[in-house]
Design a protein around this ligand. Structure first.
Ligand code: ADP
Ligand code: DP6
Length: 324
């Protein structure tokens, strides 16, 4: 009753920002992402007799109570599906900074969903697995698949139509995604808390919802026709719009650091000099820069020369979950 799975993180091109149902992790809007090849989680789950609760070890250390509860709540859903009441030992390694805006929750819960389902011998298809991973962290629903992925928000109250699907395999369109690290300490406001506060208090949130369908349509088209400039434009605007909604929240949420601003301006300068590079930023200070593989070296070197840039990891579209 033991299984091991690997899931890559994903970076949202069109962001998931806001829930219509917090318990079921149902989003107010659909979102689109690219699964990355360099950041991932490997999780082993073993269900055992004679245990009195679940145990969760992250990067070799037993996690605190709050984190244990999150894992146990998720495993309760898997136990219900498998009609068992066995507890589990969960050992997870994040090859991605935790809670620093690198989507560790996406790879974390996708790997946990895949490993726990396999350990209990459940036969779920990808859509069912995506809907299950969603119940640990919304963005995890997208990490089940490789390449370009859309999580459709769904309409149903029970969430059965809220799952992700692949739009394009990773091998069909290579682009470079540079993960530019300007700070990798743990953020003060989690994505979960940040989106909740925004939905409840930001006057700009309605404008986010009014324009999201247009952004989604443009992104689907850009992916379908592999139109890099069109993709970059909409992705950058969507990220800034999401951060604008947070600035209107009470209390306001500001994830940007000085290094974040430097990278933003640098990307605008690169574009003025004729290099098509665009950025996106999740709930954290670090920036992901999208460029064509042919410009990757130039963009990498110029970003690395910025004094506040600590490191850059070059990623490309990666694959979906795998079992080890
Ligand atoms: P991030 O930017 O890293 O996604 P979030 O605040 O959205 O930050 O999510 C971080 C949370 O994700 C952690 O506090 C933890 O609850 C969960 N998480 C991170 N890594 C794992 C993992 N390997 N397995 C299960 N849950 C994880
Ligand atoms: C800004 O999926 O981490 O990265 O569902 O509450 O766990 P929960 O939130 P999470 O939020 C991700 C927010 C984002 C945008 C995105 O990945 O789409």
């Amino acid at each position: 009753m033991k299984a091991k799975a690997k899931a890559n993180t994903n970076i949202a091109l069109i962001k998931y920002w806001g829930k219509r149902d917090e318990k079921l992790f149902l989003p107010t809007n659909s979102s689109i992402s690219i699964t990355l090849d360099k950041f991932y989680t490997i999780t082993t789950v073993e269900f055992k007799e004679n245990m009195i609760n679940d145990k969760f070890y992250l990067n070799g250390k037993e996690s605190d109570k709050k984190e244990q509860i999150k894992i146990s709540n998720f495993l309760d859903k898997v136990r219900k599906l498998a009609r068992t009441n066995l507890y589990a030992i969960v050992e997870s390694e994040n090859k991605v900074p935790t809670a620093a805006g690198f989507a560790s929750s996406a790879s974390g819960f996708a790997a946990l969903a895949a490993a726990s389902v396999k350990a209990l011998g459940l036969k779920l298809n990808k859509i069912e697995l995506s809907a299950l991973a969603r119940c640990g962290s919304g963005s995890a629903s997208r990490s089940i698949y490789g390449g370009y992925v859309e999580w459709q928000k769904g309409q149903r109250l029970d969430g059965k139509d809220s799952f992700a699907r692949r739009l394009l395999p990773e091998s069909d369109w290579d682009i470079s995604i540079l993960s530019v690290i300007v700070a990798d300490n743990k953020k003060k406001v989690s994505s979960r808390e940040g989106m909740k506060r925004t939905v409840e208090s930001s006057p700009f949130y309605s404008a986010w919802l009014d324009t999201i369908e247009k952004d989604l349509k443009m992104t689907r088209e850009a992916i379908k026709y592999k139109d890099f400039e069109k993709l970059g434009e909409v992705v950058e605007r969507n990220a800034l719009k999401m951060h604008a909604t947070m600035l209107g929240a009470a209390e306001p949420i500001l994830y940007f650091k000085a290094g974040t601003m430097d990278v933003i301006h640098h990307i605008h300068d690169l574009r003025l000099s004729g290099i098509p590079a665009y950025f996106t930023i999740d709930a954290g200070p670090n920036v992901k820069v999208l460029c064509k593989p042919s410009d990757e070296k130039k963009v990498y070197e110029s970003l690395l020369s910025l004094p506040l840039v600590e490191d850059i990891i070059i990623c490309h579209p990666g694959n979906g979950i795998s079992y080890l």
